[in-house]
Design a protein around this ligand. Structure first.
Ligand code: FES
Ligand code: MG
Length: 595
């Protein structure tokens, strides 16, 4: 072979490409490059291949992750796009997190996945990185890590599953998982039928097919300008999904060449657009936590995007998408109705069109191009601004003496709207175990007007903040036909669930001076959607003295606060470092400010 210019000791290595950056981890910069090439050549790459922009592809395939089962095919299509456009595609693994196989919760692992993603993007000689993922916590974890690493990143979503069918009715994970289970609990369907339903709820691979967290994060990622608009909704099993993968490969080469980094692309306006979409789709409450965590990874946006931003944008934004759990349909219906391109055309007056996107075009330019190609047709899934499903504020932010740092409610998914303004006596459960032991007790003193309160499922209290906020209706009330009650917790709820449920109460009960932690059974609790108030009807003095007593118990020598200081491993790190829901439940040392 020819003598290689890379080894000319008289010249500094000036290339900024990943492989050639003057990283001196092995002595001098030239020797470092020399060694890196020794080892990558073991894989059979030629000098020609290694002279191309290197596009890393994050492979999150796992035998335990049906939401990512199409990742191998997507990688093949991505590689085609990269290679046809003159790049070199190199795949590598990170951890894979599926909702149902992530004990104790997938949220517990989200921050770990974000660290894995951030450090592997930083560590390896990539010029751009395609991050393939889809299941609920994956896309947030990848965006968090990718923004912190701040190399060019391109999310590629795995896509939603198709709905199944039961007795002539469409069903799909996981809103119908919950509806059918509730019907089974209430004795409306028998064990034979619930078994048949179990076979059909996830009839294909892909992410949950309703507007749950996965679909929400897919739409929000497109609204942030980070991926092609069709990439939010094309089914996991469609050929369109593979073409989007190929296009993402092509985009990655261009992004690598222009070195467009996420911290350059993403601005306040990008997040305003994302939050507008979140409100318009009746998206998952989890997306609030994720978007806060994502924004707080950006040095210029940390603390700029807050719960108040969601509230203010919500007041201006109608709910336009008729998808479960707020409406009736499935993600493939949204895709067939035109998906994000059609939705953003409708939302156009509410969007910041100058926001930048991954291709270097503004959002306005992307929408102009999409509009030129678009054929509109009558459909019921994406409503016009003049005929919304819900006039505004599908997600609301509540505050009051019960939640000084805020709480979230998906008002559009309430099943009994009279509960949106309601006062009733609290029935308090101290934690999930207490709940499971007593909720179906025939003697539990509750009526349909009681307010069910579940403590101890916040980020610290039950590490990972489980999706236990959908407190079941006590069996005796469910049997009597009660479908919804006002329910409160410091935990989360699945994006596929519905009901009149206040979540993410901050500060959580595990924090010694949390007022929420001091609520007792019998206290009168008021939730008022009009004034956005969540209030416990006890005097300040009583509340303060309860807090003081509780604090002594929690901080005492054998109390949980001391225990947490000694806890080993990732769980110890988690409990000591996680911040509150209103900050994104990220680790304090991972936010842009890093403390
Ligand atoms: Fe993966 Fe629902 S379980 S998206
Ligand atoms: Mg979910």
């Amino acid at each position: 072979p020819e003598p290689n210019g890379d080894y000319d000791l008289t010249k500094p290595i000036t290339s900024t490409s990943g492989l050639r950056q003057g990283l001196t981890s092995y002595g001098d910069a030239h020797f470092s490059l020399f060694l890196r090439k020794v080892f990558i050549k073991a894989l059979g790459y030629s000098e020609d291949a290694l002279s191309r922009p290197i596009v890393g592809i994050i492979n999150t395939f796992s035998g335990f992750n049906p939401c990512h089962a199409n990742v191998p095919q997507l990688i093949e299509a991505v590689k085609r796009g990269v290679h046809l456009n003159g790049g070199l595609a190199v795949e590598f693994p990170t951890i894979s997190v599926h909702e149902s196989f992530s004990h104790p919760t997938s949220m517990f692992l989200r921050n770990l996945m974000s660290m894995d993603t951030e450090e592997m993007i930083r560590a390896q000689p990539l010029d751009a990185c395609i991050m393939i993922g889809g299941c609920d916590k994956t896309v947030p974890a990848q965006l968090m890590g990718g923004i912190s690493a701040n190399k060019p990143i391109l999310p590629l979503i795995t896509g939603p599953m198709l709905p199944g069918s039961h007795r002539g009715k469409r069903i799909g994970a996981c809103t119908d998982c919950r509806n059918n289970w509730a019907a089974f609990r209430a004795g409306e369907i028998d064990v034979g039928e619930i078994s048949a339903v179990n076979e059909e709820l996830a009839p294909t691979i892909g992410t949950c097919g309703v507007m749950g967290t996965a679909s929400t994060m897919a739409c929000v990622t497109a609204a942030l300008g980070m991926m092609p608009l069709r990439g939010a909704s094309a089914p996991a099993v469609s050929s369109a999904r593979l073409r989007i993968a190929e296009e993402t490969g092509a985009n990655a080469v261009a992004v690598a060449k222009s070195s467009r980094k996420p911290q350059d692309i993403l601005t306040k306006e990008s997040f305003f657009n994302a939050i507008t979409v979140l409100q318009a789709i009746g998206g998952s409450t989890n997306a609030v936590v994720h978007l806060l965590a994502i924004a707080n990874r950006h040095p210029e946006l940390e603390g700029v995007i807050t719960l108040q931003t969601f509230e203010e944008i919500g007041r201006k934004t109608p709910l336009l998408i008729d998808l479960k759990p707020s409406g009736d349909n499935y993600m493939n219906d949204f895709h067939n109705a035109g998906g994000m391109a059609a939705l953003l055309q409708v939302l156009r007056p509410l969007l910041h069109l100058s926001a930048m996107t991954i291709t270097g075009q503004t959002l306005g330019e992307v929408l102009d191009l999409a509009q030129a190609k678009r054929v509109s047709f009558p459909q019921q899934i994406i409503r016009p601004l003049s005929d919304p499903l819900h006039p505004s504020s599908s997600l609301v932010v509540l505050r009051g003496n019960l939640a000084p740092n805020g709480a979230i409610m998906k008002a559009s998914a309430s099943k009994d709207r009279s509960l949106l303004t309601h006062t009733g006596p609290a029935m308090v459960f101290e934690n999930s175990v207490d709940l499971s032991q007593r909720i179906d007790d025939p003697d539990l003193p509750v009526t349909k007007d009681s307010v069910l309160v579940l403590k101890g499922i916040g980020p610290i209290g039950n590490p990972g903040m489980p999706e236990a906020g959908l407190i079941p209706i006590p069996k005796k009330l469910a049997m009597a036909g009660v479908k919804d009650m006002l329910r409160l917790s410091d935990g989360r709820m699945s994006g596929t669930a519905g009901g009149t449920i206040a979540l993410h109460i901050s500060p959580e009960a595990a924090i010694p001076d949390s007022p929420f932690g001091a609520v007792e059974t019998g206290d009168m609790i008021t939730c008022d959607i009009e004034t956005r108030r969540i209030h416990v009807g006890v005097s300040d003095e009583v509340l303060q003295s309860r807090i003081l007593q509780r604090k002594q118990r929690l901080e005492g020598e054998t109390g949980p606060v001391q225990e947490r200081k000694k806890r080993r491993g990732y769980r110890g790190l988690y409990e000591r470092s996680v911040n509150q829901a209103h900050q994104g439940t990220d680790f304090d040392f991972l936010t842009a400010g890093g403390a």
